[in-house]
Design a protein around this ligand. Structure first.
Ligand code: NAD
Length: 261
């Protein structure tokens, strides 16, 4: 099927996009014709190869820029080095699962920095570029945990609720301009981040892998299906379309009914 190139001429910066949801979003944006900037904190040949392959496959300019989203200067520097940023997708995120008394302070700080503060810094650097270009989209990848809570995920839930709050403020500060800001709230998507949670959940709940997936993860998701990275990419492409011009300051759940419970 022929690709629609609705986003040709736009440049998208997607943080944390050398795997998982970020890579899925970058792929769908490239399929829609946007030039893309991939990012993570590593700087390996395979990171740059990934961008080259994505660009060649979809006929767009694709670059990989290493920057550590736990560091404010790197966050702002990523946008400066990109040079242009019409679409900013704040996706980088990490997780740690532990009861509050046992939750390592360093993990709390890292999760708040990467999952929340990075979006503040990239948005601060990107808004002037969007204003100069006369158009912009900020999409923050929050979570069902930006709207509800689970035990043992204090830092993650706090950061994602904070990201939903930042989304609303960004939307209000840009409300009279052709710039929107929204949060996408996925339920469970089978990515490396979720894979990494399974062993911890097995310990915390005393269950085997299959039981954790069925009884812990997908019990909250009434569809009993993981969301896919393609569906999340499609949601971001929709938010970049003219149909979404008046959608700002809100959340879109892609969670199989989780937050309807
Ligand atoms: P993932 O581990 O596959 O991807 C996370 C990405 O962030 C990777 O590219 C990683 O390299 C990058 N990253 C981590 N630390 C970084 C740092 N310091 N600087 C720059 N990049 C960094 O995980 P994912 O599941 O694709 O998660 C992506 C986002 O989606 C996260 O914000 C996560 O909280 C959110 N999310 C995921 C799920 C899910 O079920 N997978 C559900 C809801 C929300």
């Amino acid at each position: 099927m022929a690709e629609t190139r609705a986003l040709a001429g736009r440049t998208a910066v997607i943080t944390g996009s050398n795997s998982g949801i970020g890579l899925g979003i970058a792929t769908e944006l490239a399929r829609a014709g946007a030039d893309v900037v991939l990012n993570s904190f590593t700087d390996r040949p395979e990171d740059h190869d990934l961008a080259a392959r994505l660009g060649a496959e979809h006929g767009v300019a694709a670059r990989y820029l290493a920057a550590d989203m736990s560091r404010p200067d790197d966050c702002r520097g990523l946008i400066e080095r990109a040079g242009r940023c019409d679409i900013l997708v704040n996706n980088a995120g990490i997780q740690h699962v532990a009861p509050i008394p046992d939750f390592p302070a360093a993990k709390w700080d890292a999760i708040l920095a990467i999952n929340l503060s990075s979006a503040f810094h990239t948005t601060a650097a990107a808004l002037p570029l969007m204003r100069a270009a006369g158009w912009g989209r900020v999409v923050n990848i929050a979570s069902a945990h930006g709207l509800t809570a689970s035990p043992f995920k204090s830092a993650y839930v706090a950061a994602k609720h904070g990201l939903v709050g930042l989304t609303k403020v960004t939307a209000l500060e840009t409300a009279e301009e052709p710039i929107t800001c929204n949060a996408v709230c996925p339920g469970y998507v089978l990515t490396p981040l979720v894979e990494a949670q399974i062993p911890d959940q097995m310990v915390v709940h005393g269950m085997d892998r299959d039981t954790v997936i069925r009884e812990v993860m997908l019990t909250r998701q009434p569809s009993r299906q993981f969301a896919t990275v393609e569906q999340l990419g499609g949601t971001v492409v929709f938010l970049c379309s003219p149909a979404a011009d008046q959608i700002t300051g809100t959340t879109i759940s892609v969670d199989g009914g989780w937050t309807a419970l």
